[in-house]
Design a binder for this molecule. Structure first.
Ligand SMILES: C[S@@+](CC[C@H](N)C(=O)[O-])C[C@H]1O[C@@H](n2cnc3c(N)ncnc32)[C@H](O)[C@@H]1O
Length: 198
């Protein structure tokens, strides 16, 4: 057993539930969804209202039914504490926003692309090593085995929200109580090694 608090302490991170802009890294003005090569889907108005509602509920302490557990082979993982319906917003992927070029030699295993720009100097990543929420503890599928894809029950989608990019993890099917959550770390790029994943 574990908890989000245990997992954050073990990884030396503070809890934050939104993207953070830290002096010396990328400023908020750099997060411009229009920079995404090929464009980025705009979050529909009604989904924006749902996202705001989720965030407000979390601020009030009403959290989604998620549990962090420790597994000897997978490290910290996240399980559904209750049934989760298909298309539910599970969480936003958050952390410090930085330029990809500042992080090219970063050995963190939790970096997430925020913007993949035509001009590489404008590409951004989310780095949850210092500040993060539960998203960084959700594990990934093995892209090299037929069973890998079957495990996937969450999808990772980048949206244009009021002109800024936000990364959401969304249930991709109904999820039973007690099921572990998994998404495809290689949904956009194909650079994350997963051969060794269970
Ligand atoms: C974003 S972190 C996920 C949280 C991580 N399990 C932890 O304890 O902090 C990604 C790392 O988790 C581990 N991981 C993720 N999915 C896995 C899987 N299906 N099997 C084994 N390890 C996995 C790998 O070490 C990977 O580099």
């Amino acid at each position: 057993m574990a908890s989000l608090a245990t997992a954050l302490i073990a990884t030396g991170a503070d809890f934050r539930n939104e993207l953070t802009y830290v002096p010396g890294m990328a400023p908020r003005s750099a997060n411009c969804a229009a920079l995404e090569q090929g464009g980025m889907q705009v979050l529909p108005k009604e989904d924006m209202e749902t996202l705001d509602l989720c965030k407000n509920m979390m601020e009030r302490g009403e959290w989604p039914p998620l549990m962090v557990v420790f597994d000897a082979r997978e490290g910290f993982t996240v399980e559904a504490g209750k049934f989760i319906k298909d298309l539910t917003i599970i969480t936003e992927y958050v952390g410090d926003v930085d330029y990809l070029e500042n992080r090219e030699n970063d050995d963190g295993d939790s970096m997430m692309t925020l913007i993949s720009a035509a001009d590489p100097s404008k590409s951004l990543v989310i780095c949850p090593d210092k500040r993060s929420n539960i998203a960084r503890f959700i594990n990934g599928i093995n892209n090299h085995t037929p069973d890998g894809k079957k495990k996937q029950n969450v999808k990772c989608v980048r949206f244009d929200v009021n002109g800024e990019c936000r990364v959401l993890l969304i249930a991709s099917r109904d999820i039973r109580k007690g099921e572990r959550l998994y998404y495809d770390y290689n949904g956009y790029e194909h650079e994350y090694p997963t051969e060794h994943f269970v």
